[in-house]
Ligand binder design. Structure first.
Ligand code: FAD
Length: 494
């Protein structure tokens, strides 16, 4: 182990907590600074309804916790997993994710143990993690402390981070302090101010930034006593109608949420999504959602509410194999963001925190550390970022085609035609062939690089065999049931 260092982590969201956990386990002295208050005492419901979490705008939107994040917790922090179960988080393993026809013939295989998800509200997960991390002897979490700037030192033309300046409140009294540390870690999320603070020092963070051009609406519900979640049947609880994406997020303790997501130019639809009654009416018109909110099944626990500014952002903190600022690292959303529709942010963030902790243990020299962190981030997370962005671009094309009332452009080359036909065949095969579905799920849950499963010969041959059945038949397996856009707009108008 490297010698213990004093580390300041800015932000106690998902990645701040996992960074603190990973570093504390390696013996470092960690101070976490968080602008928001701590979670309220009490149950998961108290955390969800009462916790004032202005610093994390997505806090009350539902979160899927994918296999990557869950299996990292399982292998590194099994005691935390037990605490999550005790708080009501449900573990859903591969057999439960399978459609009935595949479930009947399921035989476990090595690797399946990583293919599981945790179902609970983010408030539940954050509260448990926070209490777990806060109880570690070498972690101090300070709440209601706003970080307002970076402290640096310049020696021989090299800038090094030496701490942060903070503001806190004690009743009417505002206090300002400087906190010094060996390492400064930015885990302050999607609205991180560090790039601006670095720019003021003349350090330009290279940024790759693209809008997903969507808005995202949520409403939460609770099953009535005696009611059970609908069985997973033919009408899947998540899908894409072209102009509208939808999904059910089963949670803990009988709670669940529904998200509806549309192009930011769909003004009439957005107007309707803002109104809780019309939000429900839209859900009832979609066969995959209707069984969840049919009359008498559940009660809403919130209004519908939305979030915008959904972007893919990738920031680079190294130039010419040197860090912009030594002893400074950014993790999670502060460094890379993907469209929340894919549910990847917490998994990539927890992985990022893990990579950072490992890199810091392996070397002491700031330049080696920065370069190693950059290389591993690039190697392990960039493919996920690139795949997400390319999915966003196709989503924008589909939404534009739906809005303009035209079909998608026909492939104008054999290569493009083959790509589309292969995709349709893969979707169809995954519905009926468990080895294809398993491969797709490994990509979906980020347990391997996107598309790596296609290197498996057996999977490729099965997909080719499905291609021979013809595109029409395969494409029909893709279609999600639900009203066409015109019909939906008519319903909304009336
Ligand atoms: C609508 C929506 C839905 C999502 N759904 C999913 C999903 O289903 N699955 C998934 O894996 N991911 C999802 N994500 C992404 C996920 O929420 C983020 O990737 C994840 O929260 C990133 O963690 P983080 O710690 O980097 O940032 P955050 O969790 O946002 O935490 C940042 C923390 O820093 C604090 N902070 C900020 N500035 C300061 C400051 N100056 N001083 C002190 N404290 C500060 C904030 O208060 C906050 O607590 C979703 C995102 C959105 C927007």
């Amino acid at each position: 182990m490297s010698s213990p260092e004093r580390v300041v982590v800015v932000g106690s969201g998902m990645c701040g907590m996992f960074t603190a956990l990973a570093l504390a386990k390696r013996g470092h002295e960690v101070t976490v600074l968080e602008r928001d208050p701590p979670p309220p005492e009490g149950s998961a419901d108290a955390a969800f309804f009462e916790w004032n979490r202005l610093g994390a705008a997505q806090f009350r939107h539902p979160h899927a916790f994918l296999g990557l994040m869950c299996s990292l917790i399982q292998s590194h922090y099994p005691e935390l997993l037990e605490e999550l179960y005790a708080a009501g988080a449900r573990r859903v393993d591969l057999p439960e994710m399978l459609p009935p026809e595949l479930k009947a013939h399921y035989v476990p295989e090595p690797g399946d143990e990583k293919l599981f998800v945790l179902m609970c509200r983010r408030a539940t997960l954050e509260t448990v993690i926070r209490r777990h991390v806060g109880a570690l002897p070498n972690v101090r979490i300070r709440n209601r402390v706003q970080v307002g700037g970076l402290l640096t030192d310049e020696r021989d033309g090299t800038l090094t981070a030496t701490g942060v300046s903070v503001r806190s409140r004690d009743g009417e009294q505002e206090n300002r302090e400087e906190l010094h540390a060996d390492l400064v870690i930015d885990a302050s999320g999607r609205s991180s101010r560090f790039p601006q603070w670095l720019a003021k020092l003349g350090l330009e963070v290279e940024e790759d930034d693209e809008s997903a051009e969507i808005v995202y609406y949520t409403r939460h519900y609770k099953l009535r006593p005696g009611e059970e979640e609908p069985p997973r049947g033919d009408n899947r609880g998540a899908g894409d109608l072209g102009y509208l994406k939808y999904g059910v997020f089963p949670g803990d303790n009988g709670n669940f949420a529904i998200i509806l997501c549309t192009d930011e130019r769909e003004t009439a639809l957005i107007e309707a999504l803002r109104d809780p009654d019309r939000f429900d009416a839209i859900c009832r018109s979609i066969p995959g959602l209707e069984p969840w909110i049919r009359e008498g099944k559940c009660d809403p626990t919130t209004d519908s509410f939305g979030i915008g500014d959904i972007r893919s952002v990738w920031r680079t903190f190294v130039r010419d194999e040197r860090p912009l600022l030594e002893n400074f690292f950014a993790v999670g959303d502060a460094a890379l963001r993907t469209n929340p529709l894919y549910g990847r942010g917490c998994s990539t963030g927890v992985m990022h925190a893990q990579i950072l902790a490992e890199v810091l243990s392996e070397a002491a020299d700031p330049v080696t550390r920065a370069q190693a962190f950059h290389d591993r981030t690039q190697n392990e997370l960039r493919p996920i970022f690139d795949a997400s962005r390319s999915e966003d671009r196709s989503g924008i094309k589909r939404a534009m085609a739906a809005m303009e009332g035209r079909g998608l452009e026909k492939p104008d080359s054999f290569k493009k035609w083959f790509g589309v036909a292969f995709g349709d065949a893969m979707t169809a095969a995954a519905r009926e062939q468990i080895h294809v579905l398993r491969g797709l799920l490994r990509t979906f849950h980020l347990l391997e690089k996107p598309g790596d499963f296609l290197k498996e010969r057996r999977i490729r041959w099965t997909i080719y065999r499905y291609m021979l059945r013809g595109r029409k038949r395969n494409a029909s397996r893709r279609l999600q049931k639900g009203p066409a856009r015109d019909e939906m707009l008519e319903r909304i108008a009336s």
